[in-house]
Every structure is written in structure tokens, then in C-alpha cells.
Write a protein that binds this ligand. Structure first.
Ligand code: 5GP
Length: 143
């Protein structure tokens, strides 16, 4: 287990200092120590779940309730109108801290925001139908 495994639990408990912007029974939010842009904020469940898809529904709901309010406050405080919300899940996708978290990254100009490579190509109809069926069936199975 890396040193980072329990970092965000310690932050939520106040055992490691942070600049807290919000807390409730299940959710904690604080400024990122290494922001991509001014106002870059992390929103986490107090309890550690490694991946977004590990979250129990009630914890997901608590995060979902808090995120829009915190995003609005970050915008008000920083004067940003646009922002990205991002949850890196899995090491290959950029997750460094194995405790699910949502980044709120205000847009303050092309060099002071999240830079995204988005190499999109049009979906193919046959693949879209197959995918739709597979995802719908995984949802129906509860996986
Ligand atoms: P990830 O790459 O896992 O999606 O993002 C982890 C984030 O946690 C990074 O943006 C990083 O700057 C932030 N971070 C790592 N350690 C600390 C810390 O000790 N305090 C705070 N406030 N943020 C941290």
C-alpha cells in the first residue's frame, strides 16, 4: 500500500491539514495542493472507496448533492464561468490517489485550465447497437 492510500481519509478527519471548503456527514471538499487552475477543488467521500464504481448508491447520492453547490461556489469565488469535473479512475486513466475524488477545475484561459486531448471519431452503427445492448444488459445484471 502506498503512502497515498489513506491520505484523503486523513485529510477528511483533519489529521492532515488542508484548505477545507465544504463538509457534511459523508462528503468533504478541499483545495488541491497542486492546482491546474485557481480554485481547483477536490470533492471526496469521507470514507475511502478506491474507484467511482465502488461507491454505494447513498454515498454516490451524497456526492451528487454536494458537487453542483461546490462547483457554483468555486465559480462565484473565482469568477470562472466554465469548468471541468473529472474523476480519474484507474492508474492508466491518471488516478494517483486510490480514494475516489472529483476534481472541479475552473477554466481561466487555455493555459490555466485542464488541457484535454479528445481524439474523437464517429461511432459505427453496428458497434453502437452491440455496445448499447451489452451495457444495458450489464446494468440489468447489476454489474
Ligand atoms: P488524481 O491524479 O489521483 O486524479 O488526483 C490526485 C490529486 O490530489 C492531485 O491533483 C494532487 O495535486 C492532489 N493531492 C495529492 N496530495 C495532496 C495533499 O496532500 N493535499 C491536497 N490538498 N491535495 C493533494
Amino acid at each position: 500500500m502506498s503512502d497515498l492510500t489513506h491520505l484523503f481519509e486523513k485529510i477528511a478527519r483533519g489529521d492532515v491539514p488542508s484548505h477545507k471548503v465544504y463538509e457534511d456527514e459523508q462528503v468533504f471538499a478541499f483545495l488541491d495542493i497542486n492546482p491546474l487552475s485557481r480554485g481547483h477543488t477536490l470533492v471526496i467521500p469521507r470514507q475511502r472507496y478506491e474507484r467511482l464504481d465502488d461507491l454505494p448508491p447513498e454515498v454516490g447520492a451524497a456526492i451528487g448533492r454536494a458537487l453542483p453547490r461546490i462547483a457554483a461556489a468555486v465559480c462565484r469565488a473565482t469568477g470562472a464561468h466554465s469548468y471541468n469535473v473529472l474523476s480519474n479512475t484507474g492508474r492508466e486513466a491518471g488516478q494517483v490517489v486510490p480514494h475516489v475524488h472529483f476534481h472541479i477545475i475552473p477554466w481561466h484561459g487555455p493555459d490555466r485550465s485542464l488541457g484535454i486531448r479528445w481524439p474523437a471519431t464517429p461511432i459505427e452503427e453496428d458497434d453502437a447497437k452491440a455496445l448499447r445492448d451489452e451495457i444495458a444488459s450489464a446494468l440489468a445484471d447489476g454489474h
